[in-house]
Design a protein around this ligand. Sequence first.
Ligand SMILES: C[S@@+](CC[C@H](N)C(=O)[O-])C[C@H]1O[C@@H](n2cnc3c(N)ncnc32)[C@H](O)[C@@H]1O
Length: 283
Amino acid sequence: MTTVGSTVPLDRLRAEVTGSPRLSALTGERYARTHAAYEDASDQRGRLREWVLRELPPLLAGRDPVRVVGVGVGDGSVDAPFAGLLAGPGRGVRYTGVEPHPPSALAFVGRLAALPAAALVPSVVIGDFADHDAGHPADLVHFLHSLYYVDDLAAALAHACAIVRPGGLVVAATAPREPLCVLTEMLCPWERHRPWFAADVQAEMDLRGLEVRVETLVGRLDVADVLADPLGRGEDVFDFLVGARTRDMSPHVRAEVLGYLTAICPDGVHVPHPLDVVVARVP
Ligand SMILES: C[S@@+](CC[C@H](N)C(=O)[O-])C[C@H]1O[C@@H](n2cnc3c(N)ncnc32)[C@H](O)[C@@H]1O
């Protein structure tokens, strides 16, 4: 099996990786730091933010207050401008972020609280989405880059559908497995399950009989530093890319992984960085 634009057989890469010692997991703190470096190296988050600000407000028109639950909101970089836009016309906004990493959760709520929007009421749940009882039905539950991590994908989507009002929205932005997430799938040391990717989310939505609209945002990730200096200035991006401490990688595996990255990087700098955004209206 090869990926689009690649001449490196993924099966060979997989064979090289299989049997090599497992890498160490990223701590919560290192995850947050390497994630920031990764987003800085890519234009994908900007594209996602633009998409959210352009596409979602019209779908929530007429709701006052509008109730949003974001799952895995991180530091609120995408949610804060969205919440601010929703609250712009003086409309009531109840915006809840569910985020298990406490420093990120605090950053999220700090960003929303700093917005000049009196009718915006932010709240944060530091913990698991499964335990979150929204109280009032939500107009929108979104998972922007967070479904990879949930233990039980079916349960997470079922819970989202259960807390959204009839006619409300469930939105998921999840990367496809290829070309980049194959590396996470092969190398991340997750104990409980492999990460869920876009095709898993789509399959689960289909199983639930949800009608969905899917859009692919094609970003570009700058991997020049990863290729030139993976143990130095490229280390943070490399860690987030594979979801593990790449410092522990054997030189042989590192060379294979960098070979794969080089093969999908026609200009020597950028690799395609796609994201599938799924919008489902709950009946
Ligand atoms: C890649 S970040 C995305 C953050 C933000 N939504 C964005 O687009 O910038 C993924 C976030 O999901 C959070 N997360 C990890 N496991 C989770 C889980 N089981 N449920 C919900 N969120 C989770 C992480 O702490 C992290 O903040």
